[in-house]
Write a protein that binds this ligand. Structure first.
Ligand code: APR
Length: 223
């Protein structure tokens, strides 16, 4: 059975109505990335950061997985599939994928500032003064700029074994996630689905379509 590893980014959720980060009027255009998604921003103005993620968490209730999420989940039935996502939404889970590594955390999880290991499910807003049992302020379980990416080793482990490495909807501008491409086996088939140009070499098969259209072209490569 072929091992398939899929690296996804904001582009796979774009057609579900969640804005990407770097496309025109993307998420960051309305915010200073360092104010709302960095450890310095958290220390400077934690309520602004909590509000930013409260809005994004609430938005999850009004969006649904799209056919690209469902396509990947259907691959589970006769392939060994691992999804490595940079997205913090729950659309891969709701689409039915079973093996998902969230490199940058999850919107529907929070944790105490005193303990990185223990997370709590949370689909509601959190505010300053909302404390965990250990007395620490609750914070989003999100990897902010300037923080370590704890799931990176697990992601590399999966990528090293991939027979087929598929990249969907990421600009490959953020590290270490983007470096996963360097861990693919020399004989792995690497396919990218993105309507725009990307910093990839010509060993990569580039399907220049949206995620929902492009996944249908994958069939020929996955046999
Ligand atoms: N289908 C497929 N790809 C799309 C679509 C679509 N419908 N729409 C846009 N894209 C592509 C864009 O061309 C771009 O290459 O999705 C990519 C989105 O790139 P970014 O906005 O940079 O998002 P991403 O790569 O996921 O960002 C990585 O950066 O800000 C941090 O933590 C944040 O996880 C995020 C990380």
């Amino acid at each position: 059975m072929k091992k398939i590893v899929v690296l996804t980014g904001a582009g796979i959720s774009a057609e579900s109505g969640i804005s990407t980060f770097r496309d025109a009027n993307g998420l960051w255009e309305n915010h200073d990335i360092m104010e709302v998604a960095s450890i310095e921003g958290w220390n400077a103005n934690p309520q602004l950061v909590l509000d930013f993620y409260n809005v994004r968490r609430a938005q999850l209730k009004s969006v649904k997985p799209n056919s690209a999420h469902y396509f990947l989940a259907n691959l589970d039935s006769n392939h060994d599939v691992t999804i490595i996502t940079q997205n913090v939404d729950d659309l891969h889970e709701r689409g039915g994928s079973s093996k998902i590594i969230h490199l940058h955390g999850e919107l529907n999880k929070v944790r105490s500032v005193r303990n990185d290991e223990v997370t709590f499910d949370c689909t509601e807003n959190i505010f300053l003064g909302d404390l965990a049992k250990d007395g620490g302020q609750l914070r989003p379980h999100i990897v902010w700029f300037g923080e370590m990416v704890p799931m990176m080793d697990a992601a590399i482990e999966e990528t090293l074994q991939a027979d087929i490495f598929i990249i969907i909807g990421t600009s490959l501008q953020v590290y270490p996630a983007a470096s996963l491409l360097d861990y693919t086996k020399t004989d792995a088939k690497v396919i990218c689905i993105d309507p725009n140009e990307l910093p990839i070499n010509n060993n990569v098969i580039h399907i220049k379509k949206s995620a929902t259209e492009g996944v249908n072209d994958l069939v020929q490569y996955i046999k």
